[in-house]
Design a protein around this ligand. Structure first.
Ligand code: AMP
Length: 391
């Protein structure tokens, strides 16, 4: 059985924060990140979370020993610029010794005053501790020659899912969508089993390699969660993929916010168009009500206790019209979805986060057993390499 599809048993109890251990890789050696250091990266209070930068470059080594003793970026030849990311540019590079291609994400240490971007610290420290085929792997962290830049060296993926969707000539087949969804859910189940919330799942944060393997990337907004849940920062998650509880102002949220985003991505793979495209938070909620029906206390107990629920006038739309968004006659046969597919999508897009399906349970949904079965990733259609520049 493909290890990506193996069942994982979710730990019975979420660990408390001081029970969680983290590791990182520098120069190929695994190092433990001290809990204090991790807390500094992942559990700062809301105040800290809104500060753009922490740590000055001169004190970086002392404050973050995980980043000391790293190799130089000179071990890589810079090939081409790929894209400007959340906090730095991403390049394609070649390991001079092995000739293997990697993606290098540059993290600029702006200056003594601004220091090291918190989002970058988060991403580095979370990603180096994770290892799963559907989560982009960080090989090592390397430093620039005059120590004003740090690079995260990641496995290289040839395609960006958003660009693939925007430019593809033939839509994904049902079997391909099934494979992509299975891979995405596998990666998300792994993150949630390891107490990581991604908090920004969307098609532009998914990569696809030339073997058809999907990789979740951009962990700049990711953070660790724990039991008991703490109030976290608002807002997170790009508007179109943002869960209703976030839009309604929930202060504590759970892995269910990532699952909502997965439901939106599943629909987008079939339609090649985002499902809920609001321009404001209210419009975003209205689009949901229009398609999924207006929620009420009966289906979502506690709905009216959410901070924004009484501030917004809900349009009343009593029906779930999700199936109409996948109507063959309107959108063509490729956008159709089977009854089981629709059932899974509705479970991923369940309003009440308590009732929303979890990633592991979604992986066991009969949708993945019905014909057509998920295609083997190696048989996925091919695309022009979007991350390699023509020059
Ligand atoms: P990010 O800041 O992580 O969102 O990265 C910005 C862009 O760089 C992504 O949308 C991808 O196009 C590209 N990118 C990021 N990581 C990789 C990678 N490991 N392999 C190839 N391209 C990547």
């Amino acid at each position: 059985m493909d290890p990506r599809c193996q069942k994982r048993t979710r730990p019975e109890k979420r660990p408390r924060e001081n029970e969680i251990k983290h590791t990182t890789t520098c120069n190929g050696n695994k190092k433990s990140i001290k809990q204090d250091e991790w807390n500094q990266l992942s559990h700062d209070d809301n105040n800290r979370e809104t500060q753009p930068n922490v740590h000055s470059s001169s004190t970086l080594g002392k404050q973050l020993p995980v980043l000391t003793g790293c190799r130089s970026v000179d071990n890589y030849e810079r090939l081409n610029f790929i894209e400007e990311g959340t906090y730095g540019r991403v390049f394609r590079g070649r390991d001079i010794q092995t000739n293997k291609i990697y993606a290098l994400k540059e993290i600029k240490l702006n200056n003594e005053v601004e220091g090291f971007p918190l989002t970058a610290l988060r991403e580095v420290s979370i990603l180096v501790s994770l290892r799963h085929p559907n989560v982009v792997h960080v090989r090592e962290v390397v430093v620039g020659s005059n120590l004003n830049k740090i690079y995260m060296v990641m496995e290289y993926a040839q395609h960006d899912m958003k660009k693939v969707l925007d430019n593809m000539k033939h839509p994904f087949s049902q079997a391909e969508v099934k494979s992509l969804l299975q891979q995405l859910l596998s990666g998300v189940a792994y993150l949630h089993d390891n107490w990581v919330l991604h908090r920004d799942l969307k098609t532009s944060n998914l990569l696809l390699d030339d073997q058809g393997i999907l990789k979740i990337c951009d962990f700049g907004l990711a953070r660790l969660y724990s039991d008991p849940l703490k109030p976290y920062t608002q807002p997170v998650v790009t508007l179109w993929y943002r869960a209703p509880e976030l839009l309604l102002g929930a202060k504590t949220y759970t892995p269910a916010i990532d699952i909502w985003s997965v439901g939106c991505i599943f629909a987008e793979w079939l339609r090649r168009k985002t499902l809920f495209e609001g321009r404001t938070e209210i419009e975003q909620l209205t689009k949901m009500w229009e398609i999924l029906g207006t929620p009420n206390e009966e289906i979502w107990p506690g709905l009216y206790q959410l901070p924004n629920a009484n501030k917004i006038k809900f349009i009343q739309q009593p029906y779930n019209r999700l199936s109409q968004r996948f109507d063959n006659n309107i959108y063509g046969s490729q956008t159709s979805v089977t009854k089981l597919g629709l059932d899974l999508m509705n479970k991923l897009l369940t309003y009440d986060p308590e009732k929303r399906i979890q990633a592991q349970d979604a992986l066991n949904h009969p949708y993945f057993e019905e014909i057509p079965k998920p295609v083997d990733p190696s048989l996925m259609q091919t695309f022009p390499e979007t991350n390699k520049s023509p020059y």
